[in-house]
Design a protein around this ligand. Structure first.
Ligand SMILES: Cc1cc2nc3c(=O)[nH]c(=O)nc-3n(C[C@H](O)[C@H](O)[C@H](O)COP(=O)(O)OP(=O)(O)OC[C@H]3O[C@@H](n4cnc5c(N)ncnc54)[C@H](O)[C@@H]3O)c2cc1C
Length: 495
């Protein structure tokens, strides 16, 4: 237990996003499922509000809210191993993604598709879906989720531990399903995940999860803002989206090309893109060239391109920006997201140009990322997991800064940008023929705010689409007292 008089307390009050400083009565740093049970039991019987934290990358104050009295911190539970009994890899919830990638690869030569920011925690990440550079080839983290262990609280306050698996005859299967995209902080404390490919057979661990590519051909590309006209920008972003729409069906020849185009505000200097392709794929380097040429077609600026080939593990570190480096310490941030089925309209492209070139605003990391998606992700039927399917490009809006005095201007900029891009659907990406909605792991409380969501679609539908009522039923069964809640948590009944 860490209380305010403990030297560790102030450090624990802060996580990735320095906008939020927790002030609980105490933290429980837990090392085992038994300790989690004890910590939950103690808090419930004292009537204290609980929040759970794995690695603290939440975009909102779901863990650090002022009325949270007890924070159960799972960061000491970060073991990654192979469980012979369940014939699956076990990942404790406090493991950071970077450790997961590293240990699965080093010890067994396997991986799971997951995010590229190495400090993000398995606890929040996997339960919300988990996507990354391998998504087009391998799908989402949850597509490999075999089982999950959760500490839950019954309607009489009894605390117990339950394991829920994807086996069709598992009576707890709905709880497993809810952890395939329902998001953290909803049903109980996730202590462990077990991962195995759905189609895997045998007992050799090396065959139970996919292998990553051995090496990647990488292109780091930058376009100087100073040289780009509006026409160039619109053409470039339009080309990017058109290419993704044409090359993102599972099994298509170029589905192995991954790219993330980071459209930074002009004051940052450049637009940037990371692209890569498995080095051993047919015509890998040549196809990457063709992709780069298609992207720049009709753009009046020649980008700077840096090419290299790297072993997969080293290459996977490349995308860990802006999380790594000195600028990541004491970072304040606000994030938003929209998952696209179709390209932006000309009007949307112009709107984005206008906001990215606003003279009354400056920011060193104020950006929309356009991230190649689709492929294998969209081979899973919509209701098979809780996370919606069908998007081809993910957009991730992120603004970061350091000085609390600048909170208002950065938050206003990202809100106005997002609202204007989605102005034809009430300022939000309403699930329709153009969008699948927003991504629950990019928590954004504005979706529940009538000032910023003027559509008739409530935030749960934006995150979960048609899966929300089923998630509510799981919530009602497994957390009937709504012990685990936050601003955007699943409500037990329709509200
Ligand atoms: C810089 C950055 C980069 C990112 N990159 C990616 C990416 O590439 N791909 C991607 O898919 N996502 C990405 N994300 C989103 C990330 O997956 C989510 O923010 C995720 O929820 C973080 O998990 P955490 O455990 O670190 O966060 P926390 O702040 O610890 O938790 C987030 C939420 O989950 C709950 N929670 C955490 N642990 C548990 C648990 N053990 N049991 C029950 N509930 C729990 C918390 O209560 C909270 O509501 C990124 C986020 C950031 C800030």
């Amino acid at each position: 237990m860490v209380t305010p008089d403990d030297i560790r307390y102030e450090a624990l009050c802060r996580a990735y996003n320095y906008r939020f400083v927790a002030k609980p009565d105490y933290f429980r740093l837990v090392h085992s499922t038994g300790q989690v049970e004890d910590a939950v039991r103690e808090a419930v019987s004292a009537g204290k509000r609980i929040a759970v934290r794995s690695r603290g990358h939440c975009g909102e104050d779901f863990v650090a809210a002022p009325d949270v009295k007890v924070i159960i911190d799972l960061s000491p539970m970060s073991h990654i191993g192979f469980d012979e009994e369940r014939n699956a890899f076990v990942i404790e919830a406090g493991a950071p993604v970077g450790k997961m990638i590293h240990e699965l690869f080093h010890n067994w030569g396997v991986t799971i598709p997951c995010g590229f920011c190495m400090g993000v925690g398995a606890g929040g990440h996997i339960s919300g879906g988990g996507y990354g550079p391998l998504a087009r080839l391998l799908g989402l983290s949850v597509d490999y989720l075999y089982a999950v262990e959760v500490v839950v609280v019954g309607e009489d306050g009894t605390v117990s531990t339950v394991v829920a698996s994807r086996e069709q005859d598992d009576p707890n299967r709905e709880l497993w399903w809810a952890h395939t995209g329902g998001g953290g902080g909803n049903f109980g404390v996730i202590t462990r995940y077990w991962m195995r490919s759905p189609e895997a057979s045998g007992s050799d661990p090396a065959g139970l999860l996919p292998q990553p590519p051995g090496a990647l051909h990488i292109a780091e590309v930058s376009w100087p803002w100073a040289d780009l006209t509006e026409q160039d920008f619109v053409r470039l972003l339009g080309n990017f989206m058109a290419w993704q729409m044409a090359n993102s069906v599972d099994g298509a020849p170029n589905v192995d090309i991954y790219a993330m185009l980071t459209c930074l505000h002009r004051s940052a200097g450049n637009l940037m893109m990371h692209a890569h392709v498995p080095a051993d794929a047919t015509n890998a380097a040549a196809r990457l060239d063709v992709f780069l040429a298609a992207l720049n077609d009709g753009v009046g600026v020649t980008p700077l391109v840096r090419r290299q080939s790297l072993p997969w593990l080293a290459a996977s570190q490349y995308l860990a920006v802006p999380e790594t480096g000195p600028f990541a310490i004491t970072l304040r941030c606000k994030v938003k997201s929209a998952d696209l089925r179709t390209p932006h309209t000309e009007e949307q492209l112009s709107t984005i140009y206008r906001h990215l070139t606003r003279d009354d605003y400056q920011g060193t990391y104020s950006a929309i990322d356009y991230i190649a998606y689709g492929g294998k992700v969209n081979t899973v039927p919509p209701g098979a997991t809780a996370i919606p399917r069908g998007a081809v490009v993910k957009t991730f809006y992120m603004v970061t800064w350091h000085d609390s005095a600048e909170d208002d201007r950065h938050i206003r900029w990202i809100r106005e940008l997002y609202r204007d891009v989605h102005s034809s659907t009430g300022g939000v990406p309403v699930p329709d023929e153009n969008h699948t909605g927003a991504y629950v792991n990019y928590a954004d409380i504005d979706l529940a705010d009538p000032e910023w969501n003027t559509s008739t679609v409530a935030w749960p539908e934006l995150y979960y689409g048609e899966n929300y009522p089923r998630l509510q039923a799981v919530k009602a069964k497994w957390d009937p007292m709504n012990i685990f809640n936050h601003t955007l948590s699943i409500r037990p009944v329709s509200s």
